[in-house]
Design a protein around this ligand. Sequence first.
Ligand code: GDP
Length: 194
Amino acid sequence: MNTQIVQFIKSAADPSGFIADGLPQIVFAGKSNVGKSSVINKLLQRRNFARSSATPGKTAHVNYFKIENRLYFTDLPGYGFAKVSHTEKQRWKKLMEQFFNEPYRITLGIMIVDARHKPTADDQLMAAWFLDTGRPFVVVANKLDKLKKSQVDGVEPLVRETLGLGDDEKVILFSAETGTNRGALISEIEKYVK
Ligand code: GDP
């Protein structure tokens, strides 16, 4: 997979914009500031392709990036922003319910959590949505570079326990900063792309 052959396709604000053209979709989710755009940019080897959700209050969208005309990276809007208005949170929730209502869109779910902290209640909800689809699912524990060596071994068990993962789900320790395990994540994605 040559992730450098990538095009931004569209930003969907409602289900009429959701893509269902038969190409595999690798669907990324994560709370705001967890480094979701950094992980996507690291996979694409681009500095600033996927945009950071660092601006609170930005309208929730599903963003589609097409790679080599073979697959999509589907970027779900970040969640868990304390400053976002009630209306905006409701909009996010509705959009996600509509998205997960048609789980056949998801070839592989990738949820990004912060390796430094126990996954949040919002993370638990998002993981449950992915698990309910019955589609393959990987959790990426990002910002590994910020951990002390002695803390690394504790990450996977805590993530598994908190998110209720089963034997089928992989946890990949990752750093978008240093590129740790970029290869492992690419290999995982490639398993699901012809
Ligand atoms: P998003 O809101 O989830 O898209 O998060 P961003 O990709 O904008 O990242 C949020 C902040 O975390 C930025 O300041 C990034 O530079 C930083 N960041 C993202 N990934 C990592 C990582 O693996 N290690 C470190 N040290 N910082 C990271």
